[in-house]
Design a protein around this ligand. Structure first.
Ligand SMILES: C[S@@+](CC[C@H](N)C(=O)[O-])C[C@H]1O[C@@H](n2cnc3c(N)ncnc32)[C@H](O)[C@@H]1O
Length: 335
């Protein structure tokens, strides 16, 4: 769908109108979160409906729903026919729960407390420190450990995105590998998939104790609760770090890497699944995620040059990089 900017007055310059739309666009994001959370996507997935019927199906206010839909029709998420019947579009079907790699998981990660932290983004700009801590009084992973229901939402959303993220691992030759250790593996989505595909493989799932307690991966996987700044299970052939290092500053990321370098045998390989920020001045989700990591955690996304430097500082040599759409695979050995 061509991008049109209908929010300005006729005759205003394109730049003015586009800027005004950008300034107001968190309303669009929040409208997407609200209708997704209310169940509008699944309800329309069951079949097109008019506003009254849809409002009844999901239990929301009819007038408010009509106004939310008016905005989101213009954004290409829904269609409305001349009889006032609304339907999903190709775009909004990516929010359906049953869709592999559904963007509903991203909605869950961007809404709620994450959005609350963005209200103080200027604090991150001024100080380079995470706004989350200012708003919620403690670092995000600490805060999550004290709010089990939010922790469960976070873990489920991460697990839901894992299938897409781990695509580059499909190409990896697992034949010589006996034990794979997933550091910060959450509730084990990535390991579960790997173990199911490779019956000879054994896994170690390592994460904070409160996260590990919720995981169940069968008898080929050992669950280890701990803090990766002070301990890493030794002896794995392959260590996986999926979406971990971007949560941390260079200093903290280097501390995690050094722990792994000490625990990993000389023949071992470190597989890092992360984003690589392209060296250009175009729009890329990695550049938005970079700011998101700053605001939430004081972390960062990295360019290829940054990755070389960080891995070297952490005791590793970057052997190769496989760029993929969702996340790239960085293969490293002890340096
Ligand atoms: C962004 S999530 C990534 C989860 C998973 N690897 C994935 O790709 O979906 C970061 C994970 O790091 C874990 N984590 C945070 N701090 C940790 C620490 N100090 N020690 C161990 N795990 C930690 C969190 O509990 C969370 O599961």
């Amino acid at each position: 769908m061509a991008e049109t900017y209908e929010y300005g007055e006729p005759g205003q310059e394109a730049g003015y109108r586009r800027l005004r739309h950008k300034i107001m666009s968190y309303i669009i994001a929040q409208a997407i979160f609200a209708v997704t959370e209310a169940g509008v996507i699944e309800a329309l997935g069951a079949g097109p409906a008019d506003v009254d019927e849809l409002a009844r199906r999901v239990g929301v206010d009819g007038d408010a729903l009509a106004r939310f839909l008016r905005v989101l029709v213009a954004e290409g998420l829904f269609t409305e026919d001349p009889h006032g019947t609304f339907a999903l579009t190709e775009m909004s079907s990516h929010l359906r729960q049953d869709r592999p790699g559904s963007l509903r998981h991203l909605v869950m990660l961007m809404a709620g407390e994450a959005y609350g932290a963005w209200g103080r983004a200027a604090h991150s700009l001024r100080t380079g420190a995470p706004a989350f801590d200012e708003v919620f009084g403690r670092p995000m992973f600490d805060w999550l450990s004290q709010h089990p229901e939010k922790q469960a939402v976070f873990d489920r959303a991460q697990a839901g995105l894992v299938t897409m993220r781990m695509a580059p691992l499909e190409q990896w030759d697992w034949s010589g590998v006996r034990t794979v250790v997933d550091i910060g593996g959450g509730n084990g989505g990535l390991l579960r998939t790997l173990l199911a595909r490779h019956p000879y493989l054994r896994g170690v799932l390592f994460d904070l104790p409160n996260v590990i307690n919720e995981a169940d991966l069968g008898d080929r996987c050992r669950l280890v609760g701990g803090d990766f700044f002070s301990e890493i299970p030794p002896g794995g052939d392959v260590y996986v770090l999926a979406q971990i290092l971007h949560d941390w500053s260079d200093d903290d990321a280097m501390r995690i890497l050094r722990r792994i370098a000490t625990a990993m045998p000389a023949h071992g390989r470190l597989l890092v699944l992360e984003q690589v920020i392209p060296d250009d001045d175009l729009r890329h989700p990695e550049k938005l995620l970079d700011l998101h990591m700053l605001v939430l955690l004081g972390g960062r996304e990295r360019t290829l040059a940054d990755w070389h430097e960080l891995l070297a500082a952490g005791g590793f040599e970057l052997l190769r990089t496989e760029r993929a759409t969702r996340s790239s695979l960085l293969v490293a050995a002890r340096g």
